[in-house]
Design a protein around this ligand. Structure first.
Ligand code: HEM
Length: 408
């Protein structure tokens, strides 16, 4: 049978598990017209590709799926040059190492650990009105707001700009990884340019008057050849941090809660024993991994008999690799007891390993501790059916409608 991977099409978009499984079994390296990339689904291949940073490069791997139509490129042309708008995930070699070191000095374990009480406070504040109203949409009322509040604080961005940044960042992701009809496409391009202009303005103000925030620090950073970053490069880095810093966590929190509430017996065991929460966080990340990653080949390479040419885009489908039964027994089951040495790949691995993993874990712990203590009677709304936004890179649950009642 001819396998076709198309994450935009239904039923794959809402229920990708059968196609992932078929790909792992029958076509571990599969070309997808829909996303213009070779797709890799087995755990062993995922780790091998991630480790081979000479053959599988990050640069040029996250460009948009298709050339945009004229009306859209006209709008984009009013913004910054797109090829120069690169985030950490688009860099290789010494430039990547320099930015990574810079970010690691900001996101230290000590600073991130110190945010735990604040994360819990924000979680409790977001949950309270939901409890009062007897439920709501967990995605809109909670899941994006917690990580957004923390990433804006960490980056030193004015809190009142959070909603705008969230909107722009969501539109950027749609522009890059979705399929949009012409009107929405132009609007997303305009939002993307507005996002750039906002950041350029912020960067110029910080260049004039540094205040010790992340943008000010970026203006003082020197690359390995001693040159400073241009405004455009800082915009690219900041966009990457704002998007990576909250969109993936939004999806992680919603997807994990969805699976947990589907299995009320697991939810009750976590409520009875909150020490299970760290195990739940890791298992949620594995079972419903929010994101795949992208690479570009620097040379032709043969994998499972498929000849991948040089310059080709490769997607390592981490959500599929994390359900590989060769590594995870009963891979489709939510099992919060898999233990602390959980080898899931939800945060990637190696030199590009997620630099925000510690922060995401703290957010997950805060969210589920808050739910366990503040809303033990939470359940999926009657007749809830999960739907996903069309996106080639991340898994966006559109809504998660819940009811919060008293315990049965
Ligand atoms: C990199 C996933 C949260 C910032 C990555 C990568 C993955 C990932 C898979 C590897 C990319 C690659 O190999 O090309 C996730 C998930 C998250 C999450 C699933 C939430 C559950 C965060 C947060 C931040 C962040 C909260 C905030 C600072 C980054 C950055 C990189 C990255 C800057 C690029 C690192 C590099 O290229 O060296 N993330 N992430 N992420 N993540 Fe996260």
């Amino acid at each position: 049978p001819h396998l076709n991977y198309d994450p935009f099409s239904l039923p794959q978009r809402d229920h990708p598990y059968p196609v992932w499984s078929a790909m792992r079994d029958e076509a571990p390296v599969l070309w997808s017209d829909a996303i213009n990339a070779w797709v890799v689904t087995r755990y062993a291949d995922a780790t091998r590709i991630i480790a081979d940073t000479e053959t599988f490069r990050n640069e040029g791997s996250t460009r948009s799926l298709a050339t945009p139509p004229r009306e859209v490129s006209d709008v984009l042309a009013t913004g910054l040059p797109r090829d120069e708008l690169r985030s950490t995930q688009d860099l290789d070699g010494p430039e990547h190492a320099r930015i990574r070191k810079f970010l690691a000095a900001i996101l230290t374990p000590r600073r991130i650990g110190g945010l735990a009480p604040r994360a819990r406070q924000i979680a409790d504040d977001l949950l309270a009105p939901m409890v009062e109203q007897g439920g709501g949409d967990f995605v809109a009322d909670f899941a994006y707001r917690l990580p957004l509040a923390l990433i804006t604080q960490l980056l030193g961005i004015p809190e009142e700009d959070g909603e705008r940044l969230h909107h722009w960042s969501t539109q950027k992701m749609a522009l890059q990884w979705s399929r949009l009809d012409p009107q929405d496409h132009v609007r997303a391009a305009q939002d993307y340019v507005d996002f750039q202009n906002y950041l350029v303005d912020l960067i110029r103000r910080r260049r004039a008057e540094p205040i010790g925030d992340v943008v000010s620090a970026f203006t003082q950073l020197r690359m390995p050849d001693e040159r400073p970053l241009t405004d455009t490069e800082i915009v690219g880095q900041m966009m990457g941090l704002i998007a990576a810093g909250h969109e993936t966590t939004t999806n992680f929190l919603s997807l994990t809660l969805w699976r947990l509430l589907e299995h009320q017996e697991v939810w009750r065991s976590v409520c009875a024993n909150p020490a299970l929460i760290p195990g739940l966080v890791e298992e949620g990340l594995r079972l419903e991994s929010p994101a795949g990653i992208w690479r570009r080949t620097s040379r032709a390479v043969t994998l499972h008999g498929k000849e991948i040419p040089a310059g080709a885009r490769v997607q390592v489908l981490l959500p599929a690799a994390n359900r590989d039964p060769d590594v995870f027994p009963s891979a489709d089951v939510l099992d919060v007891h898999r233990g602390p040495e959980h080898p899931h790949l939800a945060f990637g691995r190696g030199i590009h390993y997620c630099i925000g993993a510690g922060l995401a874990r703290i957010e997950g712990k805060a969210a589920f501790e808050s739910l366990v203590s503040g809303a033990p009677g939470i359940r999926l709304a009657e007749g809830f059916v999960p739907h996903f936004k069309p996106n080639a890179s991340q898994r966006y649950l559109e809504r998660l409608t819940v009811e919060i009642g008293s315990l049965p």
